[in-house]
Ligand binder design. Structure first.
Ligand code: HDD
Length: 758
């Protein structure tokens, strides 16, 4: 019986060599002029996957379990060894000539330990250095199967993924909550090879041509003389660049909107930005834009909150992602596509699909869901996984191809190039986190950090020594074959198309699509950022750009800067607003929301226990905040304190509940009497502690829901919170408070508390 692998290999080999004509093999390949050379066709099974990097088998002299979960232990094996496996008697004392004598050069363990430590760091990413990541799974809905032959998009196909979120400008140790674009890069380990969707949380980009990327990043990064400011766009060089390259106007406006300060990585949209090309089994193509839609909705911080968080918890987003996953609140996103006919001009409704500074409003091309991604596991080791993961827009699988977007073309070069220096050579694809789950049978050899032990003598093809392997695949045997898309006959030129010239109509569309409160945030952001610039000429130029978006926006920012607003632009159009661009208006799941419960020893602790449980039952996270740490009611049914007045800051919580005092039989009236009379009520300490008052006041100013029961509300007035303000719930029991708060939380914030003047 004929070996099927051999038959496929023979077919592919003969197609490539041209012996049976173009119709059998690669489309459009001309027939060979000379008779083809005969290539050996004795196929072999592909080589096994490259060697794994896992640690050595556990070596235990006694065979006794240590009690720790082996999968979570830092080391395997009982004895500390050198890198060569020699067991060590001591790792705390250098080898010396006597206890007080000189250290001996002979001490190999000392030198090995310090040398390795000296080289523990690798260069951080030149952009997107600060990030956090998680493992998960993607399940195809099958709805894209008619557009793309990619196997991972088939119905119910499950594919492991690794996702890294990031900021762009800051260094690896910078704060999470700075105003910036967020990276959203997904690695799909499909059975046909790795597919990377390397996107952002903003659907447009600063520039239209990759050749400007170094300039854009030089302008956004800290000034080269003093290396400040860190992780900020609020400085002269950034605004100099974006006002001189006005194609950046659209992206800059998104950055100045609430999208620039997400509440959580779990609450961000993701976008592939460029237009991609899907290919079905028959070779038909469709242009698409990829969208990730978070199940929890799209939500943001308010600017003051973001600034405070950058100080009190620089790891705010990193912690949030890891905590949510550890708690089982697995974040989910639906992957969707907007589809466009693959026409020769590659435009849709007059929008140039190759211009990465343009969106296609969802009202014109709805996002059609094609699969669900669930992030369900944290990395075990930050360096090995999150730091060493390497994405590339060129990691494509059959069924997904690129377009001629000039920004994308430059990216196709940049990622591999940067990773060679960042990861120390060309073999980073062998690192466990980067390794494909498909069999690898390449002819790439040697190089720094080569971990594969390749067999055979003929890493070239065709060959007659290694059985002729490997053979070439055709489309029918799963090869990735570029779409033979037509290239417009033209001439070489460093030019851009005229359709790239419109820099303002889509920023105006975005502005007009915002609600008043979102517009006010945008005005405040521009006013803050430009207010941090020193050069008057840059501020004036920025105002001239804003006048081309909207005169009210321009006037408000000008007023904040104390500068005259340029006159209105007579070219302004009035595009139909796109509701999909606004973040307000929905009701969203509460998974993983954090509820702070302020209580003390004198509080209604039964009520506190009940609220805690109700918060947990709703899939949210309760954190008890008390004047000091430890336990409340330690001798009875203890309530653990998670935060103290010293460690709690409002930014950590989505809502705050102020516990009441216990009344006779727990009734509220009795509780109020108890509090008012002898200062034993729960609020007694909070009422006089400025840290607790700040907590409540900030939460109020940031539009967070506040609740109190049985006298807990006595904190409100000293904290400057009117008891009748929107989103302040005072009820008789903790349970009633929580019910009302949950309803408020579905809208993310108490938006009525903001009174925009725009
Ligand atoms: Fe980029 C990293 C996203 C344009 C060059 N980029 C990087 C990451 C994301 C993006 C999410 C971090 C990946 C990770 O977590 O490891 N980049 C984008 C998007 C762009 C974009 C959505 C426009 C649509 N990028 C872009 C251009 C260039 C680069 C035009 C260069 C010409 N990007 C890089 C890079 C990085 C990178 C220098 C730095 C670290 C890395 O690649 O691995 O190659």
């Amino acid at each position: 019986k004929k070996n099927p692998l051999r038959a496929a290999a023979e077919k592919a080999a003969s197609a490539v060599l041209g012996s049976s004509g173009p119709e059998d093999g690669v489309p459009g390949k001309p027939a060979a002029v000379s008779p083809p050379l005969q290539e050996p066709t004795a196929a072999q099974e592909p080589l096994p996957p490259k060697p794994d990097q896992s640690g050595p088998e556990t070596v235990s002299p006694t065979g006794q379990p240590t009690g720790a979960d082996p999968a979570r232990m830092a080391q395997s094996g009982a004895y500390l060894t050198t890198a060569q496996g020699a067991r060590l008697p001591d790792t705390d004392h250098s080898l010396k000539a006597g206890p007080r004598g000189p250290v001996l050069l002979q001490d190999h363990h000392l030198r090995e330990k310090i040398t390795h430590f000296d080289h523990e760091r690798i260069p951080e990413r030149v952009v997107h250095a600060r990030g956090a990541a998680a493992h998960g799974v993607f399940r195809g809905y099958g709805t894209a199967a008619k557009l793309s032959k990619a196997a991972f998009l088939a119905k119910d196909a499950e594919t492991p993924v690794f996702v890294r979120f990031s900021t762009v400008l800051g260094s690896r140790g910078s704060a999470d909550t700075v105003r910036d674009t967020r990276g959203f890069a997904t690695k799909f380990y499909t059975e046909e090879g790795v597919f990377d969707l390397v996107g952002n949380n903003i659907p447009v980009f600063f520039i239209q041509d990759a050749i400007k990327f170094p300039d854009a990043i030089h302008a956004g990064k800290p000034h080269p003389d003093r290396e400040i400011p860190q992780a900020q766009s609020a400085h002269d060089t950034f605004w100099d660049f974006v006002t001189l390259h006005t194609e950046a106007t659209h992206h800059t406006l998104w950055n100045m909107s609430d999208r620039g300060i997400p509440r959580s990585y779990r609450m961000m949209e993701g976008f592939g930005v460029h237009t991609f090309r899907l290919v079905d089994a028959a070779g038909a193509t469709t242009l698409v834009k990829f969208h990730w839609k978070p199940k929890l909705g799209v939500h943001s911080l308010v600017w003051e909150e973001a600034q405070i968080a950058a100080g009190v918890d620089p790891d705010f987003h990193r912690r949030d992602l890891a905590d949510a996953i550890e708690a089982g609140a697995f974040p989910e996103w639906e992957l969707g596509v907007q589809t466009f006919p693959d026409t020769e001009d590659q435009t849709f409704e007059g929008i140039d699909l190759l211009d990465a500074t343009k969106i296609v409003p969802e009202e014109l091309a709805p996002v059609q869901p094609i699969g669900l991604m669930t992030l369900n596991a944290n990395p075990s080791n930050y360096f090995a996984e999150t730091e060493q993961v390497a994405f590339h827009t060129g990691h494509l699988v059959p069924g997904i191809d690129v377009t001629d977007d000039p920004l994308l073309a430059g990216r196709m070069f940049s990622y591999l190039d940067t990773q060679i220096s960042r990861l120390g050579g060309p073999n980073f694809g062998q690192l466990p986190i980067n390794r494909t789950h498909a069999p690898v049978n390449d002819m790439l050899r040697d190089g720094m950090h080569q971990t594969a032990v390749h067999r055979g003598v003929a890493p070239y093809r065709p060959n007659s020594l290694d059985g002729g392997c490997p053979f070439l695949a055709g489309e029918d045997t799963g090869a990735f074959v570029e779409v033979p898309a037509a290239v417009a006959a033209s001439r070489k030129a460093r030019e851009k198309p005229a359709s790239f010239d419109d820099h303002y109509s889509q920023p105006r569309l975005f502005w007009l699509s915002m609600t008043p409160v979102e517009r006010e945030h945008i005005v405040a952001a521009y006013t803050f950022e430009l207010g941090k610039c020193y050069e008057q000429a840059i501020k004036e130029r920025a105002l001239a750009v804003l006048a081309r978006i909207d005169s009210r926006l321009c006037e408000e920012v000008a007023a904040g800067l104390g500068l005259p607003a340029p006159g209105p632009d007579s070219h302004l159009t009035d595009p139909e607003p796109s509701q999909a661009l606004s973040q307000l208006g929905g009701v969203w799941p509460l998974d993983g929301r954090i509820i702070g419960i302020v209580a003390d020893e004198a509080a209604d602790l039964d009520g506190v226990r009940a609220v805690r449980q109700a918060v947990l039952d709703a899939g949210m996270v309760p954190l008890v905040i008390a004047p000091a740490g430890g336990k409340l009611d330690a001798d009875g049914d203890p309530v653990t304190v998670q935060r103290t007045f010293a460690t709690a800051r409002s930014v950590e919580f989505d809502a705050i509940v102020l516990a009441g005092a216990p009344g006779p039989g727990g009734d509220a009236a009795g509780a109020r009497d108890a509090k008012a009379g002898d200062n034993t009520g729960t609020a007694a300490q909070a009422v006089t502690d400025p840290r607790a008052l700040l907590l409540v006041n900030e939460a109020f100013r940031h539009g967070k829901a506040l609740g109190a029961w049985a006298g807990g509300d006595s904190v409100l007035a000293p904290a400057g919170v009117p008891a009748d303000a929107p989103g302040v719930v005072i009820a008789d029991t903790g349970a009633a408070v929580l019910e009302a708060l949950s309803e408020l939380l579905g809208a993310h914030r108490v938006w009525e508390r903001f009174t925009p003047q725009i």
